[in-house]
Design a binder for this molecule. Structure first.
Ligand code: ADP
Length: 648
């Protein structure tokens, strides 16, 4: 077991060293940044909350989405409008060309000399069978509805349908504007329901002139079913209104002969007068306004072209026709455009949503990264704080330990002194013998000298006086050693000649050595100089030699070897004896203070403990062991003041 005093001191010293190192190495750097008790400053304080960032993202995304949607809608509406316009123009041309195709017919008929002749000579209808047959051929060839000739009084005299059940011959059409216009020498136009057939048709008339006189009117009724059939092939609704606003041609059946808007009284009067249509069966067209796609792009809701009876939203475009005072209307189905808008919007929305999701994902990752950095920073700050706290604690501890060390050193010095006093106590008996014996001898020598002097034996007298002188010198020497030993030791360390120290110790112990008849053997290297203090090292040497003498049983003569050697930068002083050795049970404790195996009054148990601490203070070590050949060996290792080149 180790000396507790030693343990405490060594541990403390190590602790202090560690603390100082730790304090020096870590604390100033760290504490200057964080500082103990200083609230940690958040470094990324102006962080926006997640919901605000997300809201911002959403608002930006919504605005962007709205913009994209607007652009998409605009694009598809423009495209649809463009297509509708093209379709409108195409259909207007189709309708115009249809009618322009037939308009020369009545003129051709009116110029036929046979017709002129018949009309100018008022040939009776019964005699015009040839003409009826001729007109029937014309009708078949031109694929018109009817062709007929009217006398100036309005009575039909010849007709392509004369041989049918619905013959015009004999019927009076003087109320029809086309008759009246032709009688005026003009080309007549009229769209109307046939009064006989009840079928719609476009009437074109031309005056039959005999010189300057109008002798009759040639009329061609153009059927419009083929035209409507052709119009039905387009995917859009198409119809034609005449000057009264009535839908006269339409590829949507339900619109035919209805009016877009309620008829004005003038138009009602006009229709009645010319017997164009059956006013009683006319109704408003099932078309209602439904907003617009911008200026000149009205939208309407109307029946689907497939006849399913459902309603569709159309773009309603119009164009005036050139052959007749009519207007072509196109109902452009908006569902494909709306479908495209919907599809593309959905696509854009999905893309936007995906971008938003990716943005949120990226944001999340960025946040997590920042969180991790903050976490690390927090951990660092916490570490700094702990280091600061620990530093302060260590500093306090270091101070306390230094104070304790000072106290210990003081105590140790006092113990050394106490040990010396104890040693003096032990020596007092020997000393009284030491001084008394020479004093008695001096007395005897002086008495002898006086006697010899009186007897005139001066030579013998001076011989005795010389002996007295030697004895007093010896006493003075002893007194000097005692003085030196009793002096309180200083603390400093310096180069000390180890031989001199041993000599001094042996001189002080000379009485005990003599009495015990101990043999002191000096071995090893002479002149070694170690780091230490004379008095304290002398104390060590005295203790070791004294213990060695004590350890030898009385029935044996003590043989004590003091060996000084050096190795590298260390010197060793080895004290060996032929005593009892150090039993295992004792070995662990011999450096403990107040441990002694000696009887009361002979030992205090402080000797080795004090020696151990002295040697340790000099930076050395001390080891005690039993020699293989018996007896004890105590080895004191000290630092050399001047390292030796050669060692023994
Ligand atoms: P003290 O001499 O007062 O007993 P020390 O501290 O000097 O106190 O010694 C403590 C003990 O160590 C002694 O009592 C003894 O038992 C043992 N000891 C010291 N030196 C020797 C030695 N040379 N041989 C055997 N035992 C020893």
């Amino acid at each position: 077991m180790e000396n507790p005093l030693k343990n405490v001191s060594m541990v403390e010293r190590r602790q202090v060293m560690t603390d100082e190192t730790a304090t020096g190495a870590v604390a100033p750097h760290r504490s200057s940044r964080a500082g103990f008790g200083t609230p940690a400053k958040p470094r990324r304080g102006r962080r926006r909350p997640v919901w605000r960032t997300l809201t911002l993202y959403a608002v930006v995304a919504a605005a962007f989405g709205l913009l994209v949607l607007t652009l998409l809608i605009g694009f598809f509406q423009d495209r649809a409008t463009e297509q509708a316009r093209t379709a409108t123009t195409g259909m207007a041309e189709m309708v115009d060309s249809w009618f322009s195709h037939y308009s020369p017919l009545p003129h051709l008929l009116a110029r036929d000399p046979r017709v002129i002749d018949a009309m100018a000579n008022n040939v009776a209808a019964e005699d015009l069978g040839w003409l009826n047959r001729e007109l029937a051929i014309w009708k078949d060839r031109t694929q018109t509805s009817d062709i007929y000739l009217i006398a100036p009084d309005g009575t039909t005299v010849a007709a392509s349908n004369a041989d049918t059940g619905v013959s015009f011959v004999g019927q009076n059409f003087s109320f029809r504007p086309y008759f009246q216009d032709a009688m005026e020498g003009e080309t007549g136009h009229l769209f109307a329901l046939g009064t006989t057939s009840g079928l719609r048709g476009s009437y074109v008339s031309a005056p039959v002139q005999d010189g300057a006189d109008v002798v009759g009117v040639a009329v061609v009724k153009i059927s419009i079913e083929p035209l409507e059939l052709a119009l039905s092939n387009t995917p859009h609704g198409a119809f034609v209104t005449d000057e009264t606003g009535v839908i006269i041609i339409s590829n949507l059946e339900e619109l035919r002969l209805s009016s877009l808007e309620p008829l004005t009284p003038e138009n009602v009067a006009k229709i009645t007068r010319t017997r164009r249509f059956d006013l009683a069966s006319m109704a408003l067209a099932p078309i209602a306004s439904s907003g617009n796609w911008g200026p000149d792009r009205p939208l309407v809701r109307g029946p689907a072209q497939d006849g399913s009876g459902t309603l569709r939203t159309y773009l309603h475009l119009t164009q005036a026709l050139s052959q007749n005072p009519w207007t072509l209307h196109l109902l452009y189905d908006t569902s494909p455009a709306r479908g495209a808008i919907l599809t593309w919007s959905f696509l854009a929305f999905s893309l936007g949503l995906a971008a938003l999701a990716m943005g949120a994902l990226a944001l999340g990752r960025r946040r997590r990264l920042i969180e991790r950095l903050n976490e690390r920073e927090r951990a660092e700050r916490e570490l700094e704080r702990r280091v600061a706290v620990r530093t302060i604690a260590l500093e306090t501890e270091v101070k306390e330990r230094r104070a304790a060390e000072t106290t210990l050193r003081q105590t140790q010095r006092e113990l050394v002194q106490a040990g010396k006093l104890a040693a003096l106590g032990q020596m007092s008996a020997a000393l009284s013998h030491e001084f008394n014996q020479p004093l008695t001898a001096i007395r005897t020598y002086v008495e002898n000298a006086v006697a010899f002097h009186e007897a005139g034996k001066n030579e013998r007298a001076s011989d005795n006086l010389e002996r007295v002188l030697r004895l007093t010198e010896r006493m003075a020497q002893l007194s000097k050693h005692l003085n030196r030993f009793a002096r309180k030791s200083d603390n400093d360390m310096h180069a000390v000649k180890i031989d001199a120290v041993i000599d001094e110790a042996l001189a002080l112990l000379s009485g005990r050595i003599e009495r015990s008849e101990a043999l002191i053997v000096r071995e090893g290297t002479q002149g070694l100089v170690v780091m230490g203090g004379e008095t304290r090292l002398q104390h060590v040497a005295m203790n070791l030699v004294g213990n060695a003498i004590d350890a030898v049983p009385e029935d044996r003569l003590p043989r004590i070897t003091i060996r000084t050697t050096s190795r590298g930068d260390h010197a060793q002083m080895v004290v060996e004896d032929n005593g009892t050795g150090i039993p295992d049970t004792v070995a662990d404790r011999i450096f403990d203070p107040f441990f002694t195996t000696k009887e009361v009054g002979r030992g205090l148990g402080l000797g080795l403990s004090i020696c151990f601490n002295i040697v340790r203070d000099f930076g050395g070590t001390m080891v005690a062991e039993t020699r293989a050949e018996g007896g004890a060996r105590v080895t004191v290792t000290l630092r050399l003041a001047k390292p030796q080149r050669n060692s023994t």
